[in-house]
Design a protein around this ligand. Structure first.
Ligand code: HEM
Length: 503
């Protein structure tokens, strides 16, 4: 019976060939497969040369399994294996740079390498998004966008940020009424997303749009892995991210068109889009003056994409660090009470935020200890002599990593300790070695939102300090790090909030 049922399975057609032809077919196929596998290994070893890294690559998939579950520990091992080291994933040859010198060299060599973000970024962000421009066109486009982050522009954003911070933090307090700690992982992400959407688009975005973009954005975050399954088939993370982007873009284009109409009608700028349109219509403005709703929507999308995960990671670790270091928290409080004269109802301004030097140092130090972005993938556009003795082949991915630069003990003594004081002394090694502070990258693609990001984090903490105290509900996973595009504490940072009694 067993044999008869086996024979009922249709035979592959090559088995119907004469015995000699079958063996020849099998022999040829095996020879081709073995040759391809041997070539794969030879190419890998040829590209890798003397760099540290596995001597052989796993056929076809390489280190794909590792990239599915990236851990900081594994990355640290890779970075510590050499200033340059090699890996291969799906036959994509990757050179990791861990030293400050090589990381900066990659970031500052636009003639040899350009950002390629993560593999799926073009599919998710649209291939014609400005962030993929390079060379002169990129510089010119970016020059116009820089005007969205001037002090004048930032001053327009502050009242929006402050009112949303107050609203969300009140909700956090409300949720804490049962005396139970709550993870701030998703609530902090929501605070950042809603703040960004309102800063960028103001009231030109209906509430339901902000809700939909916020709800769907997590699908984009989840697709931001270094290497994804190559095809965006239904059900894959990239496919879901593309659907989320389409939904977001519909609303962002609508916001751009509404903003244009509001400014033509003589309204005052109340958000980033309004400010942009006002700048473009200024007769003294020399740059490009016309941007379609779609182009404006894509710029806003690029800002959301670049900021949401990084700023959430930065803010969550800032809350966590402050609760883990009560003596630093006490100094932040003392500064707030002093600078604001105990009047937490007076609106925050840029000048007021500038005068909070201890808080600014705390924000800077928190991102040094736990850099939200630990690396940025670039692609070598031609053979790239990164080191005197190593040329990365054209087409390879070259990844500058920031962690080692930011934890270099010769620049930051006790590198894992959270010490805002190191930024207060202008002569400290931290301040005299600004080239090591790679939190926001370096070179032509350095983060465009630095001032906005730092200001926003400082503003949220300044607001929180006025409203509440918080304690860290430590768990066994509080100090474990998950990499979900950026760094997050594995337990989501559980905090217990209590309203602050004012004098
Ligand atoms: C804590 C928050 C943030 C961190 C840690 C961060 C970090 C970075 C890093 C490492 C890069 C790559 C730099 C390079 O390749 O040299 C980058 C690029 C970029 N960031 Fe940020 N960022 C943050 C917030 C923001 C915000 C709030 C915005 C916008 C509102 C923004 C917009 C961008 C854009 C558009 C780029 C690409 C610039 C270009 O290609 O010219 N980022 N950011």
């Amino acid at each position: 019976m067993v044999f008869s049922s086996l024979y009922s399975i249709p035979r592959p057609s090559f088995l119907n060939l004469p015995r000699e032809s079958t063996s020849a077919w099998l022999y040829t196929t095996s020879a081709i497969v073995l040759s391809l596998l041997a070539i794969e290994q030879a190419v890998y070893r040829y590209k890798k040369r003397h760099l540290p890294g596995a001597a052989w690559t796993i056929p076809i998939i390489g280190k794909f399994a590792d990239s599915l579950n990236p851990t900081l520990e594994n990355y640290k091992k890779q970075w510590d294996s050499g200033a340059l080291s090699a890996v291969s994933v799906f036959n994509i040859f990757i050179v990791m740079a861990s030293s400050n010198e090589y990381s900066r060299k990659i970031l500052n060599s636009p003639n040899h390498a350009e950002p390629c973000l993560v593999n799926c970024a073009k599919q998710v962000l649209c291939p014609d998004n400005w962030v993929f421009l390079t060379g002169k066109t990129h510089v010119e486009y970016r020059r116009g966008l820089n005007l969205l982050f001037t002090r004048r522009a930032l001053s327009i954003y502050i009242p929006i940020q402050e009112s949303l911070a107050k609203k969300h933090l009140s909700q956090w307090l409300e949720n804490a009424k049962g005396g139970k700690s709550q993870p701030i992982m998703m609530t902090a992400r929501e605070l950042n997303m809603i703040t960004s959407l309102r800063v960028f688009c103001g009231s030109h975005l209906p509430d339901e749009a902000a809700r939909e973009i916020n709800d769907k954005y997590w699908l984009i975050t989840q697709a931001l892995e270094l290497v994804n399954f190559p095809l965006a088939l239904p059900g894959t993370k990239v496919y879901k991210a593309i659907q989320a982007r389409k939904a977001a873009m519909r609303w962002l284009e609508l916001a751009a068109s509404r903003s244009k109409a509001a400014m033509v009608a003589g309204g005052d700028p109340e958000c980033m889009l309004d400010e942009w349109i006002t700048i473009l219509s200024d007769p003294t403005y020399k740059g490009r003056k016309e941007f379609s709703d779609n182009e404006m929507g894509m710029v806003i999308l690029s800002f959301l994409f670049a900021s949401q995960d990084a700023m959430s990671s930065g803010l969550i670790y800032l809350f966590q660090h402050l609760s883990d270091y009560p003596e630093i928290m006490a100094k932040v409080r003392e500064e707030q009470d002093r600078v604001r004269g105990g009047n937490y109802d007076a609106p925050l301004t840029l000048d007021l935020l500038d005068s909070m030097t201890y808080l600014q140092a705390t924000v800077k130090e928190s991102m040094r200890v736990k850099p939200p972005v630990t690396m940025v993938p670039y692609r070598a556009t031609k053979p790239f002599p990164i080191a005197n003795d190593y040329v990365a082949p054209a087409g390879s991915i070259v990844i500058p990593s920031f962690f080692n630069s930011l934890h270099d003990p010769s620049v930051y003594p006790e590198p894992d300790a959270f010490k805002p004081e190191r930024w207060l002394d202008q002569e400290s090694s931290a301040n005299t070695n600004p080239r090591n502070y790679l939190v926001f990258g370096s070179g032509p693609h350095k983060c465009i939102g630095i001032e906005y990001a730092c200001m926003n984090m400082a503003l949220v903490i300044a607001t929180a300090v006025g409203m509440m105290t918080w304690e860290h509900d430590l768990t066994s996973e509080s100090n474990e790090v998950d990499i979900i595009a950026t760094l997050f504490p594995r337990d989501g940072c559980r905090l217990l909030f209590t309203p602050r009694e004012h004098q």
